[in-house]
Design a protein around this ligand. Structure first.
Ligand code: GRF
Length: 207
């Protein structure tokens, strides 16, 4: 049984997609051990409680500095000791210590086709604003392993979504979620839980 911890900063629709997939048997062999958020107002914490999953609030505001926050985050993660850490709209940069200690055990969902519109400054609506400003006709989402870089680890899965002429950042964000994120992330977790992925020389292959 894969023991997963989901880290979320906001509404948690991706978390909901994961919980639904577990309930409906589209994710098997997996237990969501806890949900961690940096944001006290994150609706994701309510979703966790509604599903009887421990909801942990770890806010940087409660610590004197970044190092103190990172230490508390690390301590919590060591205590939970998950097989997989899922970053599902988590707006905190993962400490280097964590990417080292949990190497190959952290995945992230990013709302573009990496390497386009990824890296520093590309998060949330900003990604979709940049997509529309550049006028690309196709965007999408990517699930990838997390390493010390920003949106740089081995790519697990990607799905394309067409940009419509009348799209706003909000409408595009919603469609990328519906057509790509909520499908890709549960699939990736199920693949990992059932040992269907291997990483060799920085590339992910299905086995
Ligand atoms: C998603 O678009 C995710 O890809 C991005 O932040 C958003 C989180 O949405 N990193 P939600 O909290 O899952 O609703």
């Amino acid at each position: 049984m894969l023991r997963a911890v989901v880290c979320v900063s906001g509404g948690g629709t991706n978390l909901q997609a994961i919980l639904d997939a577990v309930k409906e048997g589209r994710i098997t062999n997996t237990k969501i051990e806890a949900v961690i958020s940096n944001n006290a107002g994150a609706y994701a914490l309510t979703r966790a409680k509604e599903n009887q999953i421990p909801a942990v609030l770890l806010s940087p505001k409660e610590y004197p500095d970044r190092a103190g926050y990172h230490a508390a985050f690390m301590e919590k993660m060591r205590e939970l000791s998950p097989d997989l850490i899922v970053l599902a709209g988590f707006l905190v940069r993962i400490p280097k210590e964590m990417t080292t200690e949990f190497e190959g055990k952290i995945i992230n969902i990013h709302p573009s086709l990496i390497p386009s519109f990824s890296g520093v400054g590309y998060y949330g609506l900003k990604v979709h604003e940049a997509v529309l400003a550049r006028g690309v006709k196709v965007t999408g989402a990517t699930v990838h392993f997390v390493d010390a870089g920003m949106d740089e680890g081995p790519i697990i899965a990607q799905k394309a979504v067409c940009v419509a002429e009348n799209d706003t950042p909000e409408s595009l964000q919603r469609r990328v979620m519906e057509e790509a994120e909520w499908i890709l992330l549960p699939q990736a977790i199920d693949d990992i839980a059932n040992n269907r992925l291997t990483v060799r020389d920085g590339y992910v292959r299905k086995v």
